[in-house]
Design a protein around this ligand. Structure first.
Ligand code: ADP
Ligand code: TPW
Ligand code: MG
Length: 597
């Protein structure tokens, strides 16, 4: 038999087996305690404060999932590993502990791997643990059950990858994985556990002694005093300073210091998507509603946990006031980041501050002291003028009540609901469904908005919703494009099975971006459209959840309020004008098939 399918073992760590040698019977009157790989993995995770595993059972980890549950950890079992992986990745973001995803070998591993790469790209700490097949057979390519050299495949897609062959090395393997995931720039780690490892039996005392409780897994990285001074000198001389907060700042949980930095300096700030709510979006220094004014106009920009990648137009081009799409603007940059390699990735960084955001921002706040001169009133005044104008324009649009609903009239409801429930978690994916939600729905508290992240990935929706509900125990509201929802829609069963307080709102415009495309030959549906008038609400009813079809803002509001009141799993099919969206939402310019102006 190539794979080990152990029989169900006792749920507690050690089992007693009589000593084998009869010659030593007198000397070994006490039974010899043993433990195995299954239990050592569980004990090692528990020892390091991990209480929840996201995964999907099968050979060789079926018994493991049972034992995890039996040992008192939460084992959240999904319908597809990718969703379990996304759940683990966002659990890592929300808790600063590595989110754990547990899968079977080859296909299960590959299904989880997208999420591991996603975690690495987004700087979220996550560990993908996959069972794997017999090394001896895999390495000779003799065709084992689910044969694959998983370690080699995982390596380029994560921050670190380890394989454990011996039960006595499980403690070290898990300690290394935890350190790699959470220290420095967080990321994804792969842990390969061959089937044989789980059933390996070793002396219980030796096993226990081999486990490591990781001390100071994410050590503080204090920025150098001269780096802090260089940054503040630059900021002091600015006439039009701007702070950009990214999801690294949200991850760092340095909320009070970030608030102090913004408020003490009086510098306007922009919050990247998942940094929304670090300070309330309604804050007087929030410059989001004047984004297209502040980016090209600013003279000194302080990035805090935000990369100058595509989401910030690489720090150059027209967005930043450059003459053409590649030209630098006139900005000088300060970048606060834990990664020393991040600076100069796209444009010159005049003042890198390398350190963890907690330490760096508190050092900045301390060095500012009480004699700081706030930015010139011309700057803040000009921003406020634009803000007021744009907010008034938006209020006008939101107040309209067209039939059928459009994104604005539907999201006006979501906006009110979040305002009334600021502790709720908002999950968001889609194109128009994403971009409009980001700009219309204000956030009031840190780490409440979780979305498609650095890749603009579709499919995070239900995995994130499950994790957000399990980890925070708050109400979850998932605003989903109808296409986006389809990537993980089957997990509404998971939401119902665990009875999670998740309210999914499917913004149903009959397709990807819009529902109006046609096949020019008249043969098939166009590649971007779905079944017209689809009733996504019926899906959740199959599993005992509440389904609502909402065709007006009033119906949507009533259904969302009821979902929050009851905390029942709910899916609302919000019927949106199928012509309301635009191609690729706000990023049409990146689409090679669309003519650029
Ligand atoms: P956004 O998409 O919101 O702009 P990014 O994911 O591009 O944010 O950037 C996050 C940045 O935050 C990364 O460069 C990462 O190294 C950094 N980062 C993550 N955690 C910390 C931390 N605790 N301290 C400092 N920097 C951090
Ligand atoms: C894993 C490409 C970007 S946005 C989108 C797709 C398929 C769906 C947009 O339609 P939706 O939203 O969700 O109905 P709306 O409101 O505009 O109609 N595969 C992956 N990730 C991405 N980003 C894509 C494909 C894409
Ligand atoms: Mg759509």
């Amino acid at each position: 038999m190539a794979t080990v399918t152990p029989s169900a073992a006792a749920p507690v760590a050690a089992s007693a087996t009589p000593q084998a040698s009869s010659g030593q019977a007198a000397a070994n009157a006490h039974p010899h305690e043993t433990t195995d790989g299954f239990h050592l993995v569980i004990e090692a995770l528990k020892l390091n404060g991990i209480d929840t595993i996201f995964g999907l059972p099968g050979i060789p980890i079926t018994d493991h999932t049972r034992m995890i549950q039996g040992a008192g950890l939460r084992m959240i079992s999904f319908r597809h590993e990718q969703n379990a992986g996304y759940a683990a990745s966002i659990a890592g973001f929300l808790t600063q502990k590595p989110g754990i995803c547990l899968t079977v070998s080859a296909p299960g591993f590959l299904n989880g791997l997208t999420a591991l790469a996603h975690a690495t790209t987004n700087c979220f700490p996550m560990i993908l643990i996959s069972g794997s097949s017999e090394r001896e057979i895999v390495d000779l390519q003799q065709g084992d059950y689910e044969e694959m050299d998983q370690l080699a495949i995982a390596k380029p897609l994560c921050k670190a990858a380890f394989r454990v062959l011996n039960a006595e090395d499980i403690g070290v393997g898990i300690a290394r994985a935890i350190r790699a995931a959470v220290s420095g720039r967080p990321g994804g780690v792969y842990l390969d556990f061959p089937a044989k490892l789980f059933a390996q039996s070793i002396d219980a005392a030796a096993g226990k002694a081999s486990l490591i409780k990781v001390v100071d897994a994410a050590p503080k990285q204090i920025p150098a005093a001269d780096a802090v001074k260089r940054a503040l000198d630059l900021l002091k001389g600015a006439k039009k300073p701007l702070i950009v907060l990214g999801k690294g700042a949200a991850y760092a949980q340095a909320d009070a210091d970030i608030k102090a930095l913004v408020e003490k300096t009086g510098i306007p700030y922009l919050a990247m998507s998942m940094a929304k709510g670090l300070l309330p979006d309604t804050h007087e220094l929030a410059a989001g509603a004047a984004r297209s004014y502040v980016l090209p106009e600013a003279d000194v920009v302080m990035l805090i946990g935000a990369r100058l990648n595509w989401l910030l137009s690489h720090g150059k081009g027209k967005t930043w006031g450059g003459k053409d799409h590649k030209a630098w603007g006139h900005q000088k940059f300060i970048q606060v980041d834990i990664s020393p390699q991040e600076a100069d990735s796209n444009v010159k960084i005049d003042a890198p501050v390398v350190g963890d955001i907690g330490s760096a921002v508190s050092a900045l706040v301390a060095a500012i002291g009480s004699s700081w001169t706030r930015p010139p009133a011309e700057w803040t005044g000009a921003i406020n003028e634009r803000k007021t104008k744009n907010i008034a324009k938006m209020a006008e649009t939101l107040a309209r009540d067209p039939s059928p609903m459009n994104f604005h009239s539907a999201l006006n409801v979501v906006r009110d609901i979040i305002k009334a429930n600021p502790d709720a978690m908002l999950v968001n994916e889609g194109a128009n469904a994403l971009d409009f939600t980001r700009s219309i729905v204000d956030m009031y508290k840190p780490r409440k908005r979780i979305d498609v992240g650095t890749w603009g990935i579709m499919g995070i929706g239900m995995g994130y919703s499950v994790a957000a509900a399990v980890v925070t125990r708050q109400q979850v509201i998932a605003v989903e494009g109808d296409s986006a929802f389809g990537f993980s829609g089957m997990e509404v069963e998971t939401i119902c099975r665990y009875n999670l307080p998740v309210c999914v709102v499917v913004m149903n415009n009959n397709g990807v971006y819009k529902g109006t495309d046609v096949d020019p030959t008249g043969r098939d549906p166009a590649p971007t459209v779905f079944v017209k008038g689809a009733r996504y609400d019926k899906i959740i009813e199959a599993f005992g959840g509440v389904g609502v079809n909402a065709t007006t803002p009033a119906e949507l509001r009533r259904a969302m309020e009821e979902a929050i009141r009851s905390r029942k799993p709910t899916l609302i099919n919000a019927v949106i004008d199928e012509s309301a969206g635009t191609e690729s939402g706000r990023i049409t310019s990146l689409n090679p098939s669309v003519k650029k102006k």
